[in-house]
Design a protein around this ligand. Structure first.
Ligand code: ADP
Ligand code: MLT
Length: 291
């Protein structure tokens, strides 16, 4: 399928933009599409005002976390993973909105170049790891091989098998060396993913996000599910566990992802009341939240 045939995806739909962050999709009958409620523990989205208030407070805590990492010379790595349109990019944007760009950066790599294809698979990611005092957020990561590359056939079976064996070993090396490693899996439901693709098709400021891979992934839902389960089986380890974030409500997902990251570190001047306790209905260990 090409992006052109994605035109069909949006046929009959219209969108309204009362909240720039959260377009409302209407079907051919003018009814609001509410796929976000699918398997979701809330029937109302987090209200804008509450979101804005919490986001600001948690962003202040994220700054304290960044400063603590810098002052203590530690290295922080956060992986943002999940299916297409799960909300990785949007969450990273809010994480980094007020961080000091000196010392905090996002890594979003394109498909491997010819030179990179000749390297050890992990090599290009190793090059982007933080040095003392830095925080690095990976918008997709070495887990590409376990999921999109495997499902789309961009790697061989042997390369995939090798990755599944090496990833836990690689991560153990990082953690034993003192790297603070956080692995977040953003979970979106099947119909909500489709809704987000339709919105990407309609909304001019989101069209660039719609890739041919996105459209193809609609036909590969079950393959992605299988790949995700296998990935967790091999890589949800005690020293580098996965944290799942239920992302059908983007605002709630962003807030709880921030809480979850902050809750695990004892940084200087931490406001325990603001950080609170991550909502177990939205964020937690893979075993408790994945369908
Ligand atoms: P996005 O990250 O915006 O969702 P895509 O859906 O187009 O981008 O691609 C998903 C991931 O698959 C990206 O990390 C991209 O680099 C990777 N990818 C795309 N094509 C290939 C390829 N031929 N070989 C390896 N990786 C690829
Ligand atoms: C994704 O998960 O594919 C995107 O990063 C979603 C987003 O940009 O919010």
């Amino acid at each position: 399928m090409t992006v052109d045939s994605a035109e069909l995806l949006a046929e009959g739909y219209t969108a309204e933009f009362p909240d720039a962050d959260e377009p409302i999709l209407l079907d051919a009958n003018g009814n609001e599409v509410l796929t976000w409620q699918e398997n979701y523990p809330f029937t109302e989205r987090m209200p804008r005002a509450e979101y804005d208030r919490l986001k600001r407070l948690l962003q202040i805590e994220l700054l304290k976390l960044q400063h603590w990492v810098a002052e203590t010379g530690q290295r922080l790595v956060i992986l943002f993973e999940g299916r297409d349109a799960a909300g990785k990019g949007g969450t990273i944007k809010r994480f980094t909105e007020h961080l000091d760009p000196r010392g905090a950066r996002t890594v979003a790599l394109d498909k491997p170049s010819e030179r990179e294809q000749g390297e050890w698979y992990f090599q290009r990611y190793v090059r982007r790891l933080p040095t003392a005092g830095e925080s690095v957020l990976f918008d997709r990561s070495w887990y590409n091989r376990a999921v999109v590359e495997h499902v789309m056939g961009y790697c061989t079976r042997a390369e995939y098998d090798l990755f599944m064996r090496q990833a836990p070993v690689f991560e153990r090396m990082l953690v034993e060396d003192g790297v603070l490693l956080v692995k977040l899996w953003f979970s979106v439901s099947r119909n909500e993913q489709r809704t987000r693709f339709v919105i990407r098709q309609i909304d001019p400021v989101r069209q660039w996000k719609l890739s041919p891979n996105d459209i193809r992934s609609l036909d590969h839902w079950d393959d992605y599910t299988e790949a995700k389960v296998a990935m967790l089986r091999s890589t949800d380890t005690e020293i580098a566990p996965w944290t799942v974030v239920k992302s059908n409500d983007k605002k709630r997902a962003r807030i709880e992802a921030m809480r979850s990251v902050l809750a695990r570190f004892d940084y200087h001047d931490k406001d325990l009341e603001v950080v609170g306790t991550p909502d177990v209905r939205i964020v937690g260990p893979a075993a408790t939240l994945l369908e």
